[in-house]
Each structure stands twice: as C-alpha cells, then as structure tokens.
Design a protein. Sequence first.
Length: 144
Amino acid sequence: MQFACYLAHGHYNKEKTSEIAEMRKTNQGSKWIRKSTRLAIYYRDGFCCVYCGAAGESSGVGLTLDHIAAQELGGSSDPSNLVTACLSCNSAKQHLTMRGWLKRMRSKGINTERVARRIRALVSKKLNRVEGRRLERIRSARKA
C-alpha cells in the first residue's frame, strides 16, 4: 500500500502525511460535506484510496475525498465527482486534471488503465446513503 503511494509520487512519509492532515483540519476541515455522505463515499470505494489502493484508517492511512474534476476547474462536490484518496495521493494530485494526474502516474510506471476503469465503475454506482448514516451512528456511538 505505502509502496504504491511511493510509486505514485515518489514518497511516503507517515509524519508528513499526519502534518498535512492537521493542516487540512484547520484550513479546510470536513464541514463542506455531510459526515454521512463522506462515509457513504468511503464505503462505495471500499475504504481505500482509488489511486494507490492504500487501505483506510485502520491501517494508519488517512483518507480524504478528492474531486475528480477540481473545483478550481469547475468540478462540483457531487458524489459522482468525489472519490476516496489517501492523504498522500490527494496532496500529490492537488488541482491536476484527471488526465494530468494519470499521465503523472503513468510516468511512474503505474497501470493507469486499471485505475481509470475502477474510478469510472465506482462513480457510476448509486451511493448507499443509508449505509453512510449507519456508519455515522456507529462512529458517533464510539466517540460517546
């Protein structure tokens, strides 16, 4: 998992990833999308990064949502334009178009055909919002 992150953008630094996560919490936060919708997207994507396959938070990898078409380029925050990405991949992709990001991944020797196919299949799925709400209740109960 971490090796795929390394291949995608030349590094995997757990400390740096944690530092970026803290910056995002203060700068952007996660209030731009409902928790249940965020969790439904994570669920749809199998709780792993669609780009490198890094597993979710249980393995210490921070998950984020990535806009396929960046908001700066006119992309929406609709679930069909959002995918699960590890913090490392999301930070490396930044505001690149999907074409630019896949080109960068190809230059690192990653099979982008498979990645693109997976993304298309995932975003075409109907979002299970009921499961998102269930997961939100479970998380809330754990915190209490």
